[in-house]
Design a protein around this ligand. Sequence first.
Ligand code: ADP
Ligand code: ZN
Length: 432
Amino acid sequence: MPWNEQFECMPLADLRSFQLARLKETIAWVYERVPFYRNKLDEMGVKADDIKSLEDIVKLPFTVKNDLRDNYPFGLCAVPMKEVVRVHASSGTTGKPITGPYTAEDVDQWTECVARVLWAAGIRDEDIVQNSYGIGLFTGGLGLHQGATRIGCTVVPTSSGMTERQILLMKDFGTTALFCTPSYALTIAERAEELGTPIRDLPLRVGVFGAEPWTNAMRNEIEERMGISAVDIYGLTELGGPGMAYECQAKDGLHINEDHFLAEIINPVTLEPVAPGERGELVLTALQRRAMPLLRYRTKDITSLRRDKCSCGSTLIKMDRITGRSDDMLIINGVNVFPSQVESLLKDIQEVELQYQLVVGKKKHLDQVRLKVEARQDVYDAGPQKLDEVRNKIGNHIKEMLGISVNIELAAPKSITRSEGKAVRVIDERPR
Ligand code: ADP
Ligand code: ZN
């Protein structure tokens, strides 16, 4: 049974009318309170009453990251600061921070959304959860803290970093669930092996990992090394943090909390909706938020939507794993490539670790991409001939699967900086 049967198993017709009512309320809410939206809606000549069906959402303006930056810090806030009980800010992966104000009601809804995520992952009140997401301005830490607290778990708020202590506590406390980024999970797994305390020998049984793109290849690696079941959680500061979408134990797409967020997929160039099931940019509208409800927010994250019947019983629409953000997309010899596609292929190469970076440079007028990936110790020790062989193997595999030529650099074991939060997968060395 899901955490909230009423909303997670709602018949489609009921859900749609619920969403339509909330959408109209939200439009009216921001029209009255946020000059930015009033101007935009007036310019386009739309009012809440013009929205007669969910399809009419295309009449509404988009909101983009720059709108948040232009109105930094609280220009898009729809309530007086007196009603704001919390402010978070993005980790700023791509520039100036984005602020996220919350009313008490927003915090409560957010907590509900995260409780659904954790419950779907199989987490219950008897679990001892170690929360190794950064606790602070970043939404990941407090978001998962609140959700786990609502379920009644024993929460250990370690925050990220100090990996050896994470492992010590995990062992001493008998931690059963871990929350962090997938790249940090791998860092923990690796360090624990080095310390002679492999995580698979500990009681840990489930991981809820997100905040950055990752692949099934990475999931398999973590699940094997830790002896756990790992699920994906998605969210962004702009819409209130993690808990927007989540994998159930079917691990086949992420259910979207549709009573709170209306999802669309658009073609990022034409800005038109894509055909059902097609990939494109995820666009989200907050349906119940109070402090900063955004209309048609362009996430820049690339995915697709499908309304499958799920074995978990949830009727919520699913989005596929995010392959990456459009900002991280590389164009190599005219082919669009996400780091995650390279990650998937590395899993087929036994001689390397899943520790990699794509270094983008410029030669004459052409972008050049170098894949830096760590060799396993025994491979590295085998000498130059073996390394050449592995380099060719990776180069050929990528060429064959993605149709691009990439220079391969086999890095020394442990030479790529280990992630404690969001891993840096792309290093741009192009002159600006
Ligand atoms: P920042 O933009 O500084 O990274 P956020 O912490 O708000 O700030 O990050 C939200 C972004 O992180 C999303 O838009 C998406 O690109 C990425 N993200 C979050 N969760 C996932 C996930 N499960 N899979 C892929 N990408 C994710
Ligand atoms: Zn499901």
